[in-house]
Design a protein around this ligand. Sequence first.
Ligand SMILES: [Cu+2]
Length: 225
Amino acid sequence: MFSGVSNITSIVDNIFLVFLIICVALFVLIVFLMVFFVIKYHQKRNPTPQQIEGNVLLEIVWTIIPAILVLGMFYYSWTGYRIMKNPPEDAMVVKVTGSMWQWNFEYDNVKPSDVLRIPVDKPIRLAITSLDVLHSFYVPAFRVKEDAVPGLETSVWFEPRETGTYDVLCAEFCGLNHAYMQSKVIVMSESAFTEWYQNEDRSPANAGSTTEGSTTTEPAEHSDT
Ligand SMILES: [Cu+2]
């Protein structure tokens, strides 16, 4: 089925697609039955209403089928959730700190950055926290979202599959400039990443900007206030 720009994208999109198909099938069935019964039991054809007192077989069927369906949907989602909650041991860890109203990233070698630069096809684990209030680290293209909680380290992982630039948003209303609490994920080829990572220049200018790979999302208007 779907493949996506991260391994999580395909997991989430496939689950979403299966749920959508089930929901559409049920919708069609229910609407069809409603119309069918309205016509079949119209007053003209059934002038005298008939009293019906239960139907054990029917009740068993309409209990068991939805139960199986719901348990199946639960199991399928859980297989995805299990992957999302278990980062591989060899994942590269990047510290993510949210604060009003910006995201900051820090690497193992204490290199800071205001955008998240990562190598393609490598598992990345983000160790997320907040300096002030609740925020939520959100990369829509990766289908990755995790709360940033002051005093607590939360964690999320993914493996980017395509180089490019993707939006980072805050998904937890956190005050006046919540809407402008944006950053970028830049997925780079491994060699380009290593070159940047090993560069000793730790000034924000070097940490912040170069363009690598195709731009998949438009840079949003940025406010520094
Ligand atoms: Cu925020």
